[in-house]
Ligand binder design. Sequence first.
Ligand SMILES: Cc1cc2nc3c(=O)[nH]c(=O)nc-3n(C[C@H](O)[C@H](O)[C@H](O)COP(=O)(O)OP(=O)(O)OC[C@H]3O[C@@H](n4cnc5c(N)ncnc54)[C@H](O)[C@@H]3O)c2cc1C
Length: 410
Amino acid sequence: MTRLVIIGGGHAAAQIATSLRMKKFEGEVTLISDEPVVPYQRPPLSKMYLSGEITAERLPILREQAYEAAGINLKLGVRATAIDRDGKTVTLADGEVIGYDKLILALGGRARRLDCKGANLAGIHYVRTMTDTDAMRGEFTSARHVLIVGGGYIGLEVAAVARKAGKHVTVIEAADRILARVVAPEVSEFYTHLHSEEGVNILTGEMVAEIEGTDRASAVITASGKRFEADMIVAGIGLIPNAELAIAAGLGATEAGISVNEHCQTTAPDIYAVGDVSWFKHTFYGREMRLESVQNAVDQAKVAVEHMMGEDAHYDSLPWFWSDQYGLKLQIAGLSTGYDTLVVRGDPLDRSVAFFYMKDGAIIAADCVGRIAEFMNAKKLIAARIKVPAAMLADDSRPFKEIAAELLAE
Ligand SMILES: Cc1cc2nc3c(=O)[nH]c(=O)nc-3n(C[C@H](O)[C@H](O)[C@H](O)COP(=O)(O)OP(=O)(O)OC[C@H]3O[C@@H](n4cnc5c(N)ncnc54)[C@H](O)[C@@H]3O)c2cc1C
């Protein structure tokens, strides 16, 4: 009988449970999470759960009964503090020691904190857990001025919800444009325009130097000396992978994440690492990376379970992601780093547009706003690695499904 231990209670952990059930795993399984609830969806925390459009009951990925049915022993609200590779045990914060034959680390990450003067005042929020969003929602009703630090997806999603709730919203971004790390300047421009139209004040190239307040935050001072009133501050400034357990266990991990091979195995073959915490070489893009997406957490979890159960499973999925702002759905296929040409299909002013990132004549990524056909077919075109004429992609008079079918048939 194999004893499997999963540390982590997020998207990847829930997928491991599902995969174990589907694969009819017969060993003993223990899932350890330091959160007090069963694994739940994080994307709504900055979207529909924050806005109140969905309630907490809708967040769990699987009901508690599903873990019971799969024979998974849940240990919630307790932290794993050490891994002993020689003894093959995991020690928990309450002193319990659990033996394993196989171990899967699905540790995710935590929100990077602000470290300027005043960063410890009340009224400063981060968005990683349900508890974080519950705390924000508590202050959301009375706050008039919401100041957001960081113009990435999470910050912009919170800005959209806050604006819809009638708040005065300011976004402060250190880079010279929002979403700079992940999209082309044209896409940043699209989102800057969208938020400005909706009434959000976006400042780029500005760092937060200080947060003013006595008991709680009341204003933000930027490095250039600008002052903004703020009843609440929300920072979306990145994620720190929870790699410390693996670093301490000597598992080939660094602050950048836990290194794994194409089977999601760490340097110890009986220990796997999946999801936001894993650092791996993406075979399609040929470079090392860490990905923060539900797709990656789910697909890596599947690969780890399959490989652990003796199948020849490799991780080579095409990355995809989404973001919801003002009722507009952005769907992203692939990774745009290294593109040489951007092709725009549609009019950005219509709030329905697709941006194709090309490299050497082939599509490597696509950002599709309200364009499901472009998103679905871009995935196929990227995977096929075929050269595609830019003019064909840009021809919005023809349905994209038809264009893609023609290109894929060649
Ligand atoms: C606000 C927000 C919005 C997002 N929106 C999107 C989106 O629109 N689309 C998308 O694709 N992705 C989105 N993401 C990213 C996505 O949610 C993550 O990529 C995904 O949750 C990663 O899953 P994971 O299981 O690897 O890690 P996590 O979900 O972070 O789970 C890790 C779990 O392990 C626990 N843990 C860590 N260390 C220990 C320990 N030592 N002992 C016990 N437990 C431990 C943590 O507390 C946590 O419960 C969003 C994330 C956030 C926060």
